[in-house]
Design a protein around this ligand. Structure first.
Ligand code: FAD
Length: 354
């Protein structure tokens, strides 16, 4: 049983990890607990579209994301942040080679660095699944773990991605979950900057390739009105350590839960068909196919703040553009949790769950 007085974060993906780093910097004792099964962060392109905006005042805040990543790297060492080229294809713009500024957090580098970075910062990490919503007790909150041990914490932050709904069923209905699938190519295929395929040349130069008309945001916005499941393929890829992530297929179901994983063979076939439209050579790369549940909010505004009527219980999830939103919102939420800022600082961004 952990000592009360500590703050426990459920989920050590991007959201839980960056929030933990902010909280220990403010003097809090933090435990991160994670089932270490399906982490969206591990298979993410990590694109940082700081210029792409978000509804309301959150949009301008996102422009600070590059500076936040640079600061994180100055403090903690390499986390995979780098400026990178982006090439957009399709959409009848006359050019298949639009070149907006872009940056990436290489998630293979990030996931490899996080255990060392969190340990060095003094964050306690535990492996374990939380089996039920947190229960209020005199000292704060009690978490029921799969191992049977209870875990006591004065405060709890739910940063469990698609697992948040299970842990707090009353979270706002805008929080939903999808399935996202990629071919996770661990070793870069023999790529050459002299390849006949322009896309393989971009891959060799470590550029991200995406469709000009990205369908995933529209699918997320349509989620509340869906009467049957719908999938789309946004054909493209991103560098991933020494390899490539080729994707991405996204599937959204009616209702608030991601449900069981969709049939992997059918999802992989749909994805490969979508990649064939871009370049058959990409579609022929071996994989393996991996799919993970991804939390999102249907109005594009994540959830960050205290749960109403549950003192000491917080949520940090449902991002649309997590690699721009998390690094700028984590310090704001950490200030509120540490008691040095008012929740009004979060309210102005429209992210409070109440
Ligand atoms: C293919 C793909 C491409 C993407 N591309 C981009 C992109 O270019 N730019 C961008 O900004 N975003 C992108 N995203 C989205 C982004 O990766 C996610 O929004 C983000 O990583 C979510 O981070 P998170 O920490 O909230 O959740 P996660 O990374 O899913 O972490 C949640 C953690 O909680 C744990 N957990 C859940 N339930 C429990 C429980 N009951 N007990 C204990 N632990 C639990 C899980 O094991 C998991 O490790 C992409 C996602 C995918 C899959």
């Amino acid at each position: 049983m952990s000592a009360p007085g500590r703050l426990t974060i459920v989920g050590s993906g991007l959201a839980g990890s960056l929030l933990a780093l902010e909280l220990v910097e403010r003097g809090l004792a933090v435990t991160l607990i994670d089932a270490e099964e399906a982490t969206a962060t591990a298979f993410s392109y990590g694109g940082v579209a700081w210029w792409a905006g978000a509804p309301g005042p959150l949009g301008p805040l996102l422009r600070q994301a590059p500076a936040r990543w640079r600061r994180l790297q100055e403090r903690h060492g390499p986390l995979g942040w780098r400026r990178c080229g982006l090439r957009l294809h399709g959409g009848g713009w006359g050019s298949s080679q639009l070149r907006p500024p872009f940056a990436q957090v290489d998630t293979a580098v990030l996931m490899a660095a996080l255990p060392r970075v969190l340990a060095a910062a003094g964050v306690e990490r535990r492996r374990g699944r939380v089996m039920a919503p947190p229960q209020p007790v005199a000292a704060g909150w009690q978490l029921e773990l799969e191992s049977g041990d209870p875990l006591l914490a004065e405060q709890v932050v739910l940063a469990a991605g698609a697992g948040c709904r299970f842990l707090a069923p009353a979270l706002p209905v805008r929080l939903r979950a999808s399935w996202a699938g990629v071919l996770a190519q661990p070793i870069r295929a023999p790529l050459s900057t002299a390849s006949a395929s322009p896309w393989l040349r971009h891959a060799a130069r470590r550029r991200i390739v995406q469709p000009r008309h990205w369908q995933r945001p529209a699918l997320e916005a349509a989620a509340p009105g869906l009467e049957e499941e719908r999938w789309i393929v946004d054909a493209g890829f991103a560098p991933w350590g020494e390899g490539l992530l080729l994707g991405q297929i996204s599937l959204v179901r009616p209702g608030l839960d991601s449900g069981e994983p969709p049939p992997a063979a059918a999802m992989e076939e749909h994805l490969r068909q979508g990649l064939t439209g871009l370049d058959p050579l990409l579609a022929a790369l071996p994989g393996p196919f991996r799919q993970v549940p991804v939390a999102f909010c249907s109005n594009g505004l994540p959830l960050a703040g205290p749960l109403p009527g549950a003192a000491g219980l917080w949520v940090f999830s449902g991002f649309g553009g997590a690699f721009a939103q998390v690094p700028v919102l984590a310090p704001v939420l950490a200030d509120v949790i540490a008691g040095v800022a008012d929740p009004g600082g979060l309210a102005r961004f429209g992210v409070l769950p109440g």
